[in-house]
Design a protein. Structure first.
Length: 135
């Protein structure tokens, strides 16, 4: 609550996303929904300054929507997370968002899109792992 009061957005938004994901995993969908309903508008208001946090919030929303059987909302949030991650140039977030997109595509039985998302996720994450030689 203190971070909300002083408007310290980095921890508020990041922790809200991760807490929502934890709530989803525990089947506590209403708690996840409340967190996201509060955090998403604040993140939207911050615009590009909070772009990478939006990625995590949208991934959490996609997972919540998927768990609740709201496939259109899950697909929309997953696409938004992947698009935001690509814009942010944060590679780890891009790999994670593409994995979530793959999971949602798999759940809606779009195997081709799921495979493409999982493969792109691996490409991004493997590129992070590569050691670049300095010659």
């Amino acid at each position: 609550p203190h971070c909300w009061e002083i408007r310290e957005w980095e921890p508020v938004l990041f922790v809200s996303a991760w807490a929502a994901i934890a709530y989803v995993r525990l089947g506590r969908y209403e708690e996840a929904k409340k967190l996201l309903e509060r955090a998403l508008p604040e993140c939207e208001a911050q615009g590009a300054a909070q772009l990478w946090r939006m990625v995590w919030l949208q991934m959490a929303l996609a997972q919540l929507s998927l768990a609740r059987g709201e496939m259109a909302a899950a697909l929309n949030a997953a696409h938004r997370a992947a698009d935001s991650a690509e814009q942010s140039h944060y590679r780890m977030e891009q790999g994670a968002a593409l994995r979530v997109l793959g999971q949602v595509c798999e759940a809606v039985d779009d195997r081709g899109a799921a495979d493409a998302a999982f493969r792109h996720s691996l490409e991004v994450l493997e590129a992070i792992q590569r050691v670049r030689s300095v010659s």
